[in-house]
Each structure stands twice: as C-alpha cells, then as structure tokens.
Design a binder for this molecule. Structure first.
Ligand code: C2O
Length: 534
C-alpha cells in the first residue's frame, strides 16, 4: 500500500464540449475531472484548493469511508463546506473496495457544472478474478449536459411555476465529448460552433476490452450499446459479477458497470450508443437529441464515420400516425433484471432483519412556498450545511429537527431493511453512502413482505439502485460503519428538492472517534450569504 496524493484546484471556466459555450466549474481545468486510479489498500489524499467565490465539497461515490466518515463530503451531514479561497484535505483508505467508482462535488448542485471524475480501485493480481479475462481497458464516462449553468436552471426549477418538472438536458456527452445541431440552440443567441467531436475508442481486432462505464448524469438514465457487439457484464458498482451477456445495458445516474467487449467483428467502425431514457424524463418541449454517440474504431478501418445500424431502426413514418418510439427510451428507465445478476463471491442474504423502514417517496406542493418538493415519508429534507450531524453528534444529547430526517442506528451488526416505495411517478435511482447494500427485491406495484418474490440466493450488492416507476426496491445492509450516511435520489435535482434522508450509524462509537481538527475548524467559518448563481 502506498500514499497517493492528488492536488486539485477548483476554478470557474468555460467549455463547449458539444459546440455550445457555457460556464463550468472544473478541477485542474479538466472535464471530466482528473481520475483517481490506485491499488486496493492505497491511502488516498486529495488536497483541494477552492479557488471559487463560493464554498464546495467532494464526495467519493462508492467508497465506504470506513474509519474516515468525516471525509464523505456531504455538507450538513459529515462536514461543513470548504469556504471560498481556502484549502481542505480529504483522505480515505481503500482496503475494503475495488472496482469502478467516481467522485463528484456534493455542495448544492455543483457537480452538474462539471465537478465529476472517475475513481478506479485496482484489485491486486493475486485477488483479481478477471486478471486474464481482458487485454486492455477504457473508461466510458457518460453524462447528460445542459447549455446553461446550474444556477439559473435551479431558479426556474425551484419555483412554483415549474410544477416540479426537472430541467430537461440539452444533450449528452461520452468522455466529455458530444455534438449538437446549432440550429436547435435555445435561446438562439447562445454561442454555438458546430462540432463533430465524438469520443473515439481505438481498438485492435480480436482483443478483449474492459469498458468501465460510469453514469455521472444530473438526471438521465442511459441504455448503452455498441453496434454489432455484445457486452459481458462483470462488475456493478464495485461488485464483481458472474459474467452475464447482454446486448444493451441500462445504467442509471450514479451507477457503474464494467463490461468486456470482444472486437471479433469485421474490421470497421461501429457506433457506441448511449440512449437517454426519454421515457424517464419529464414531458415537455426540449431540443434534446437523445442518442449520444461515440465511435469504436478498429485499427485498419480508416477514419470515416461508422455506417453501422443499431438494433432498432424506425419504420418509415406514416402520415397522420404518431412516429414509432425508440424502445430504448423506456428500457433505460429500469435496472437490469435483478435476478440475473449475482456476485462472483457469494455472500448469504443478510438476516434476520432487525430494523425495517418503509420509505415512501412523493411529490407535492409545499404549503410554505408553493413549490413542488420531494418527500420521503412526508418529510422534505432540509439540513443546515454549516451544522453537520457528525458535529452535532459530538454532544451526547444532540437532537435533530424533523426536516434533517435523521434515522439512528444504535446496534452494531443489526440488519437494516429499507423498502423504497415509489407509488406514483417516475423512476428514482437511490444511493446510500457508506455501504454496499444487498438488493432483495425490485419490481412494479407494492412490495409485500413474505409474498413478493425476493432474491434470496447471493443477492446483488451495489450502492445505487433504481426504484422503478410505480414500483419498489428493497435493500439491506449491516450496521457496522460508524458515520453519517446519506440515502438519497441521485437525480441531482431531487437532492435540492428534498428526496434525502440520513442514517446516524453507531453514534456512540462515532463520538468516541472524535473528528480531525481541520474538519472541525471548517465549521468555525461563518456561513456566507446566499451564494450567487454563476
Ligand atoms: Cu453520488 Cu450523495 O452521491
């Protein structure tokens, strides 16, 4: 194991990844941001210089943060925000994690403005089950993309007039590259230069490539595929899987998969498709071209764009009839069949259940301000970024407001079951910090304990799972990681609107751990006045 130190500078910048210039926030002037690639067991230190004029913070999505809970990066839960113009050092171990993960800002909605990047934790050769299963690897970072900065989008969204309809993205990017038809720019005076800049994956014939696919979107789920090739799924959110072959892969925001692609087709160029789940986005007029393309270029095939066709070719339009809809747009709104995916290393189902929570998500107008907000069990989350739970918990008698939605987990090794109910409305990808959970059940309708079939044999383990439209997802985890862990919808707009709660896990042990001085110090800086929108 080594100490790996990363230096990050966070600055404002502008970028035109799809041809349309917009303000962004970047780490080290890069988009996607710098990748953290280390060996399991390495100790990661990230020294962040916040050169913005607003606070920031960073979360390490997929890390358990065992022993380092105050570096998990959620203002109001594990830390105070990093003030403008100051430095802060994050540090975490990687003993209990391998695979494909990512980092992103967790202060307000900053990650949508560009603060995302990959975290790859390599398994040492002795324990890597896929050591001989592939020859090379590539990262595939997916996102939806907006032509405006998050500030103005939020202003529109968090107003009574939005009726709770999330901002609809304008395009999508693969590894920070995309295209857009300048004719469709809204508003029409946005600077747009047509670009054909697509992500290009150069491959050699007859080799095996591991693609690490990360969905860093604000809101969109994708159906991922490569024309003419199948995908052998071997990892979900850091859990190695019994290899499972698919033609296309739904991946929701926050989720990661590794797939192996064998380049055994005719030497040619092929489209890589990341099709945005239009059926999971709010209705409304938009200028989004939902099929985000990259190119897989075989050596020797030249540089002409692919002529490959996808699995679905629309029938020619018939006058007076609705044009046929791409089935990918609906398929992207659900996780892969839960019962088809099983970890390579079997672990028995967690039981017996000691704590069970029914968590029901709803949207309704908040009588206070008439804005449509998200509720978990009738609570719309509102925390105080400058008064984090982990600091409050240092006082033994700390109490929390209803809106902070704190669930205490006091008993070590207790098994927690959460039934995520989504009785009405669109799908929601739920992410739990600090844990990899088991997924016991997932489906349409209502979960009925003892009646609904559960995935009891070697259930899938991951950290982000979709709660289907009009359906449920049931997860379990073990209480063994002292900290404050957020459970929230990873549609970033829904974080702002209140679809968030937190677990205060083993508060006594957590208190005994104290907190590092420089973390405590962050909270001595007074909260700045309301940030200005960039
Ligand atoms: Cu990737 Cu709390 O999020």
């Amino acid at each position: 194991p080594r100490n790996r130190i990363f230096f990050w500078k966070v600055t404002y910048s502008t970028l035109a990844p799809d041809g349309v210039t917009r303000p962004v926030i970047l780490v080290n002037e890069k988009y996607p941001g710098p990748k953290i690639e280390v060996n399991r067991g390495d100790y990661v230190t990230v020294i962040v210089e916040n050169a913005l004029d607003v606070p920031t913070s960073f979360h390490w999505h997929g890390m358990t943060m065992r022993g380092d809970p105050w570096y998990d990066g959620v203002p109001g839960m594990n830390q105070c925000p990093i003030p403008a113009g100051t430095n802060f050092t994050y540090a975490f171990g990687t003993d209990d994690v391998v695979g494909t993960h990512w980092w992103h800002a967790h202060f307000e909605n900053q990650y949508i403005d560009g603060l995302v990047g990959a975290i790859i934790i390599r398994d040492p050769p002795a324990t890597n089950p896929f050591l001989h299963a592939y020859d090379e690897e590539r990262n595939v970072i997916l996102t939806d993309w907006y032509h405006q900065a998050t500030g103005p989008l939020l202003q529109t969204y968090m107003s009574p007039a939005s009726n709770g309809h999330e901002p609809v993205p304008n395009s999508g990017l693969i590894n920070g590259k995309g295209t857009f038809n300048c004719k469709n720019v809204i508003p029409a005076d946005l600077p747009c230069t047509p670009t054909n800049d697509r992500a290009i994956f150069h491959v050699l014939p007859n080799r095996r490539y591991r693609l690490r696919i990360i969905n860093t979107a604000a809101a969109s789920s994708f159906l991922f595929s490569i024309d003419g090739h199948q995908l052998l799924v071997i990892e979900a959110d850091g859990t190695d899987l019994n290899p499972f072959m698919v033609d296309s892969l739904p991946i929701n925001t926050g989720q990661r998969y590794s797939v192996i692609v064998v380049t055994n087709q005719e030497v040619a160029n092929y489209w890589m498709r990341a099709e945005i789940g239009m059926d999971c986005l709010p209705p409304g007029v938009n200028n989004l071209d939902p099929i985000v393309l990259g190119e897989v270029r075989y050596a020797g095939a030249g540089v002409a764009p692919p002529t490959s066709v996808g699995r679905w070719v629309p029938k020619p339009p018939v006058k007076g009839q609705e044009p046929e809809k791409n089935p990918a747009f609906a398929a992207a709104c659900q996780d892969l069949d839960l019962f088809a995916l099983h970890p390579l290393k079997p672990v028995p189902i967690l039981e017996p259940i000691t704590n069970s929570y029914d968590v029901k998500m709803t949207f309704k107008r908040n009588p206070k301000d008439n804005i449509v907000r998200g509720y978990l069990n009738d609570i719309t989350f509102e925390g105080d970024a400058w008064n984090p739970t982990i600091v409050q918990n240092l006082n033994e008698g700390a109490t929390y407001t209803v809106a902070e939605h704190v669930m205490r987990l006091d008993r070590r090794d207790a098994v927690v079951q959460i039934i995520l109910n989504n009785p009405k409305g669109g799908e929601h990808p739920f992410h739990l910090h600090g844990h990899t959970f088991q997924i016991i059940a997932q489906g349409q309708g209502v979960y009925e304990e003892g009646k609904t079939p559960i995935n009891s044999i070697n259930p899938l383990r991951r950290d982000t799972a979709t709660v289907p439209k009009d359906g449920f997802t049931v997860i379990r985890f073990k209480v063994d990681n002292p900290g404050v862990w957020s459970l929230h919808c990873h549609i970033e707009w829904h974080v702002t609107t209140g679809l968030v709660m937190q677990f205060l896990e083993l508060p006594d042990e957590l208190r005994a751990m104290g907190i590092p001085k420089h973390v405590g110090k962050l909270c001595e800086t007074p909260a700045p006045p309301r940030f200005k929108a960039h």
